[in-house]
Design a protein around this ligand. Structure first.
Ligand SMILES: C[S@@+](CC[C@H](N)C(=O)[O-])C[C@H]1O[C@@H](n2cnc3c(N)ncnc32)[C@H](O)[C@@H]1O
Length: 240
């Protein structure tokens, strides 16, 4: 769909239509959303890229102009657009939706854009290559599976950062995903692969797209939001 005059109600209905789809269907969903994605997400105040980028930036002390950034599930390129404003220059993007990658290409910010369905195909990145690996808005049930987190760590250089921003969507699958994710993050810490470099919890990750329009009208603005977390890890210097 490339309807630039979508209303908030239309958008909520559109997003709900993707609930419970498998990963192949989800990529088709994003292909169909790509053209209007950026203007649509503004309507529901999606803050995933801003939260991830700001938290990373506040904890980063390297030379921004030199570092190599891998933007995983890059979508239309919102992360690179924010990071370039902060002085970062070198980006490689990966996404499972060709439609989203086509939009990312239009930014002119990525030196490479790679198509890969994470969880089914390996992350297309060499071991120990990136100073920063970032993923925003794609660690969830029906998106990138928890197993991808090890691949993110693998792609980082020893001493490099892995930054992950995600929202607490409602439902059993989403809460199971969060538990599994946090167990995996902890396990990787115990294995000496990385150590935590920061955690940022927010009450305002994005407006809940699954609320009915009636409920939205009843709720004060601040209660329409779902919470979220940014996890920041530093890869062990002894790891690969
Ligand atoms: C909510 S968007 C976030 C995009 C971007 N990171 C941002 O914050 O603006 C989720 C993105 O993840 C991608 N995605 C979801 N599951 C994926 C998977 N298993 N493999 C590759 N990409 C995936 C979608 O194609 C989409 O571009």
């Amino acid at each position: 769909m490339s309807d630039s005059s979508r209303t908030l109600d239309d958008l909520r209905t559109f997003i709900k239509s993707s609930a419970g789809v498998d990963s192949q269907q989800r990529m088709k969903f994003y292909d169909s959303w790509a053209e209007t994605y950026e203007q649509d997400v503004q309507m529901i105040n999606v803050r995933a890229p801003n939260l991830g980028v700001d938290f990373l930036n506040g904890n980063f002390s390297g030379n921004r102009e030199e570092v190599q950034v891998l933007d995983v599930a890059c979508g239309t390129g919102l992360v690179a657009k924010l990071m370039v404003e902060l002085g970062f220059k070198h980006f490689v993007g990966v996404d499972g939706s060709q439609g989203m990658l086509d939009q990312a290409a239009k930014t002119g910010l990525y030196k490479e854009l790679k198509l890969a369905l994470l969880g089914t195909e390996p992350l297309p990145a060499q071991t120990g290559t990136f100073d920063v690996v970032i993923i925003t808005g794609a660690l969830d049930s029906g998106f990138a599976p928890v197993s991808v987190v090890r691949e993110l760590c693998n792609a980082a250089k020893p001493g490099g950062f892995v930054c992950m921003s995600r929202g607490d969507h409602s439902g059993t699958a989403a809460s199971e995903y969060k538990k599994d994710l946090e167990r995996e993050l902890q396990l990787m810490e115990e294995e000496g692969l990385w150590s935590p470099a920061g955690l940022n919890q927010t009450d305002r990750y994005m407006e809940d797209p699954h609320l009915s329009s009636e409920r939205v009208k009843e709720l004060p603005a601040e209660e329409r939001y779902i919470s979220g977390t940014v996890y920041l890890y530093k890869k062990s210097i002894h790891s690969n």
